[in-house]
Write a protein that binds this ligand. Structure first.
Ligand SMILES: [Fe+2]
Length: 172
């Protein structure tokens, strides 16, 4: 079916609006995460895991800046939005932290919670990158790709810490 020019423009605007909504969602999600990571780092039993959380806190602060730059590059401002998914993921993480306090499985639990967060972010950035690509938002795409790469490498790092220390510790 052939679409009229007007129809195509309005489709693009709708995708652009959706893109901005998702951008606002992940922006708020990252901000929530910067508040939770210090607590998770403090609770971690091994220096490896503490360091992984501290490194990711610095990365997350940088990711927030990149999201602001992406919006700027599009001449848009980031909408205010509450990411309910991140709120839920972090609430569950807090529960694990409280329930596993003093347990040898605490680090394994913290990693499980953190990897759920990373996977949520990977899903969002993957979608945002694709949409940015489709709409030709090159500068935003470049910034979002950097965030996506950091989330993926954090996820891999957490798997390594789990394999090397946390899961072993949890079974002791
Ligand atoms: Fe992130």
């Amino acid at each position: 079916m052939k679409e009229s020019g007007d129809q195509m423009d309005s489709n693009r605007n709708e995708l652009h609006e959706l893109f901005l909504d998702e951008l606002a969602d992940i922006y708020n999600a990252e901000k929530q995460l910067t508040k939770a990571l210090p607590r998770m780092a403090k609770a971690a039993q091994t220096p490896e895991l503490r360091q992984a959380f501290e490194t990711h806190l610095r990365e997350t602060e940088n990711q927030i800046k990149r999201l602001e730059q992406a919006a700027e590059a599009l001449d848009e401002s980031l909408k205010r939005k509450k990411c309910k998914a991140m709120e839920g993921l972090l609430a569950e993480g807090k529960e694990i932290l409280e329930e596993q306090k003093g347990s040898s499985a605490l680090d394994a639990g913290l990693i499980a919670a953190a990897q759920k967060v990373e996977h949520y972010e990977i899903a969002t950035y993957g979608t945002l990158c694709r949409w940015a690509e489709l709409m030709g938002h090159t500068e935003a795409l470049n910034l979002l790709k950097q965030n996506l790469a950091e989330e993926k490498s954090t996820d891999e790092k957490l798997t390594q810490v789990a394999e090397r220390t946390a899961n072993v510790q949890a079974q002791s």
